[in-house]
Design a protein around this ligand. Structure first.
Ligand code: GDP
Ligand code: MN
Length: 380
């Protein structure tokens, strides 16, 4: 789950990472009031779950409350690459002498958290990685050993930070970022930019914070931060129904049971020249209601022109799935063509159930390849 900047900063604050004081606003009047409360110049920042807000015009400085209101009026309602701005974060403006970059993420191949630090912050880290890879300092932390002062010292020295005050503050932030990452079960904690003010104070000016969905049950307070309105409505529906759903951009809806089979189905659809619109994993259960839920999610995707339902029955029983399909087609009045391949536990019975129902838009195929071909044809 991705958090908004203001939410990430709230977590940073809890772990002792210095951030600027700010107030959330959803209207122009709230923005003016926020600026009055904060006093002095402020920065008005669009809160959307996408980066590069600055370049898109979603971040503006204001020196008076009236100016803050005017800037908020421009930013609220703005579209930033498909995300409509409904909230702005009004923050006391900072004077910036230097912009650094610090992040902590998972390096899956090393099976360890990875710090990345560079003094070339403020811009896209991908750009820095491209143009001057040597400027990026990378350092793994052994999760069993934890983060120790030497990690921070190595990052700071390797990046060429010479000022002792800066060294000390950054080292503290490194340790606290590790605490926040572990404490919140994060997948990513990124500070870009980590600024140094003209007075030599180091502060997190931005926050990108991603928490592991599978750990949210341990963090009721963070789970509550989920911005349903700011997320893809289909992903929200899928989550409510307990269906794993991933959006792609073709026209064949893909449904399978189990991640492995579902991914292979996506590959096979692509192999026969089709383009998957999404994929949905029924998981191991696959009872009739589960099928109805998954079909409901998949068919809400307007790009879907045909559905390929690929089931290999193990724990999942094909007769249950067949009943679920019939139930869904009837309940929801589905008209899209549905190609069904049933194999494994009770496959014959499943096919018999589908055969007897003889629905015009439901087509049974016995192999994955034929099923994929048929679905691609029907989507064309
Ligand atoms: P992003 O574009 O979505 O990454 O948003 P950021 O929060 O990183 O802001 C983008 C840029 O706006 C920063 O790199 C700064 O250069 C600038 N900026 C943000 N806040 C302030 C501030 O308080 N004062 C000044 N002078 N510039 C700021
Ligand atoms: Mn940023």
């Amino acid at each position: 789950m991705d958090l908004h900047e203001y939410q990430g900063k709230e977590l940073f604050g809890r772990y002792g990472i210095p951030v600027s004081e700010g107030v959330l606003a959803t209207t122009v009047d709230e923005a003016r009031a926020a600026a009055e409360t904060l006093g002095g110049p402020v920065v008005v920042k669009a809160q959307v779950l996408i980066g590069g807000r600055g370049k898109a015009g979603g971040i503006k400085l204001a020196s008076t409350p009236d100016e803050a209101a005017a800037r908020a009026g421009e930013i609220l309602g703005m579209d930033i690459r498909g995300h409509t701005v409904s909230k702005v974060w009004i923050e006391r403006a900072s004077d910036i002498a230097r912009e650094y970059y610090l992040s902590l993420t998972f390096d899956r191949s090393a099976k360890k958290p990875l710090f990345i630090f560079t003094t070339q912050g403020g811009v896209d880290i991908e750009e820095v990685a491209e143009s001057s890879p040597e400027a990026l300092v990378r350092l793994h932390v052994d999760p069993l050993e934890g983060c120790h002062p030497w990690h921070a010292r190595r990052l700071v020295y390797a990046a060429g930070i010479e000022d002792p005050g800066e060294q000390k503050q950054i080292a503290t932030i490194v340790a606290k970022l590790y605490d926040a990452f572990v404490g919140a079960d994060a997948m990513l904690c990124e500070i870009n930019p980590l600024i140094v003010t003209p007075d030599g104070e180091v502060r997190a000016l931005d926050s990108k914070f991603t928490v592991d969905d599978n750990a949210l049950y341990r963090h009721a307070d963070i789970a509550e931060m989920r911005d349903v309105a700011g997320s893809d409505p289909l992903e929200v529906l899928a989550r409510e129904k307990g269906v794993t759903y991933v959006k792609l951009d073709g026209d064949v809806g893909v449904l399978g049971n189990g991640a492995g089979l579902t991914m292979s189905t996506v590959d096979v659809v692509t192999f026969v020249g089709g383009r998957p619109a999404n994929f949905c994993d029924l998981g191991g259960g696959g009872d009739a209601q589960g099928v109805v839920d998954a079909l409901e999610v998949i068919t809400r995707d307007e790009q879907v022109r045909a559905i390929f339902f690929n089931i290999f029955g193990g724990i999942t029983r094909c007769d249950e799935v067949a009943r679920g399909i019939l139930q869904a087609v009837e309940q929801m009045g589905l008209e899209q063509p549905i190609v069904v391949r049933l194999d494994g536990t009770n496959a014959e019975e499943g096919r018999r159930i589908l055969g007897e129902a003889a629905l015009a838009n439901v087509h049974a195929e016995s192999t994955m390849l034929d099923g994929a071909r048929r679905a691609v044809e029907l989507a064309a």
